[in-house]
Write a protein that binds this ligand. Structure first.
Ligand SMILES: NC(=O)C1=CN([C@@H]2O[C@H](COP(=O)(O)OP(=O)(O)OC[C@H]3O[C@@H](n4cnc5c(N)ncnc54)[C@H](OP(=O)(O)O)[C@@H]3O)[C@@H](O)[C@H]2O)C=CC1
Ligand SMILES: O=C(O)CCC(=O)C(=O)O
Ligand SMILES: [Mg+2]
Length: 432
């Protein structure tokens, strides 16, 4: 039986596979891409040229990506009458690694997020968003160079999962009646006019995310993993995230880590001096410190004391807010990349942190760096580090030359504003 109902199978290229937890990447891997809505076509066009040029330059034609266009969002709806064709999910399941532009989600009604649907359907449980500063990028803070964090955002649960019912509906009446009559809930302030959303947070979901964050931190020699939560208020979801996070750290990583839960136990038994001493010894021994902070305090501390934070592990909605807030400190979401990954199956969809920026659609104006750097993450994920390094080098040079898109140009003295496509061309020129 044919693999696809709507698409033709790619005629060139080979499948990326996974064996014993390790990706096997052929020289001509088939990589599905989704162009995206709004500014998606502009930034994707620039990104594809840059990624192809980096691979060509790094491997002199020996390696080349076999791009395979798959559809989602407005283009899918116009072409096939459906927002997210099953074929698109099949393609990503089959070829393992994909990259996408942003997709529109209407507010307050209409279709549910296709971005979230892709993450849920493919169980891409970790949303990984590195935030670093490139010298010369305009920033609202005095020391943007101190921001060097990698956010691990849980990607499959939380209030973000989309389990909710609108005010006045038959469904919401049933849920509210159940809560009031069977669960003894008396705290719904306006039951007649409330919509209800549900926030599932599980031990499995938390621990696979925190495990991925700790493994990443250990592999890359990072100093700490911070669990960011609002566990003082949402005790059994966000508070449990913190407890389960410490549990997986201690049970699975043993003496490679020192946790603040351990610190608290030593403090309770032997006093604060002994706890401080134990933490200092752990730091001196190069152990990874696993700590936690309440989300609102974290948002002010990343502005005031960013050097104290490194890898961040957090829940879905917190991670969404933190991604954009941190990106602002290093120049904005125009340069904020990301990946949605299942570290067990190897499935990964790379995408920018930002959305479709609809007011700029078709103007060839916005910054393509976010999707280009998502592609750079993808190349690294494939093990094509030489090509990835070329992109970083080109990005550093192009920004240092002050030839930048509108978002940087408006805040940079003496900058020359270039179009989205021109920025892509400059990156290619600056790879040499
Ligand atoms: N993963 C995804 O596909 C995502 C999709 N979305 C969806 O995108 C749509 C629009 O969302 P919205 O809240 O406006 O957020 P956006 O991220 O699309 O845009 C907000 C602002 O961010 C700046 N910006 C965004 N992209 C770039 C870029 N490439 N270069 C420079 N600046 C950029 C612009 O700022 P300025 O106005 O200052 O120039 C823009 O107005 C919604 O439907 C939303 O659901 C949102 C986030 C993620
Ligand atoms: O899916 C959407 O429309 C928004 C998603 C989002 O903001 C994000 O994942 O950061
Ligand atoms: Mg977001």
């Amino acid at each position: 039986m044919a693999l696809f109902q709507l698409y033709e199978e790619p005629k060139t290229g080979e499948k990326i596979t996974i064996e014993g937890g390790k990706l096997r990447v052929p020289d001509h891997p088939i990589i599905p891409f989704i162009e995206g809505d709004g500014t998606g076509p502009d930034i994707w066009a620039a990104a594809k040229r840059v990624l192809d040029a980096a691979v060509e330059k790094a491997y002199g034609g020996k390696r080349k990506i076999a791009w395979f266009e798959v559809y989602a969002g407005e283009k899918a709806y116009k072409t096939f009458g459906t927002w997210l064709p099953e074929d698109t999910l099949t393609a990503i399941r089959e070829y393992l690694v994909a990259i996408k532009g942003p997709l529109t989600t209407p507010v307050g009604g209409g279709i549910r997020s296709l971005n979230v649907a892709l993450r849920q359907e493919l169980d891409l449980y970790a949303c990984v968003r590195p935030v670093r500063w490139f010298p010369g990028v305009p920033s609202p803070v005095k020391h943007p160079e101190l921001v060097d964090m990698v956010i691990f955002r849980e990607n499959s649960e939380d209030i973000y999962a989309g389990i909710e019912w609108p005010a006045g509906s038959e469904e919401v009446r049933k849920v509210i009646a159940f809560l009031q009559n069977e669960m003894g809930v008396k705290k719904i302030r306006f039951p007649e006019t409330s919509g209800i959303g549900i926030k599932p947070v599980s031990k499995e979901g938390t621990q696979r995310l925190v495990r991925a964050a700790i493994e990443y931190a250990l592999k890359h020699g990072r100093k700490s993993v911070t669990l960011v939560h609002k566990g003082n208020i949402m005790k059994f979801t966000e508070g449990a995230f913190k407890n389960w996070g410490y549990e997986v750290a201690e049970q699975e990583f043993g003496d490679k880590v020192f946790t603040w839960a351990q610190y608290d136990r030593i403090k309770a038994e032997q006093g604060v001096e002994a706890a401080d001493k134990a933490q200092k010894e752990a730091e001196a021994a190069g152990k990874l410190i696993v700590k936690d902070v309440i989300a609102d305090a974290f948002l002010q501390q990343i502005l005031l004391r960013p050097a104290e934070y490194d890898v961040i592990a957090t829940l879905n909605l917190n991670g969404d807010y933190i991604s954009d807030a941190l990106a602002a400190q290093v120049g904005g979401i125009g340069i904020a990349p990301g990946a949605n990954i299942n570290y067990v199956t190897g499935h990964a969809v790379f995408e920018a942190t930002h959305g479709t920026a609809p007011k700029y659609a078709g103007l060839d104006k916005v910054n393509p760096s976010s999707v280009i750097l998502s592609g750079e993450m993808m190349l690294r994920y494939l093990g094509w580090t030489e090509a990835a390094d070329l992109i970083i080098k080109a990005m550093e040079r192009t920004i240092a030359n002050k030839t930048v898109t509108y978002d940087f140009a408006r805040l940079m003295d003496g900058a020359k504003e270039v179009k989205c496509s021109e920025f892509g061309t400059l990156l290619i020129e600056n790879m040499g």
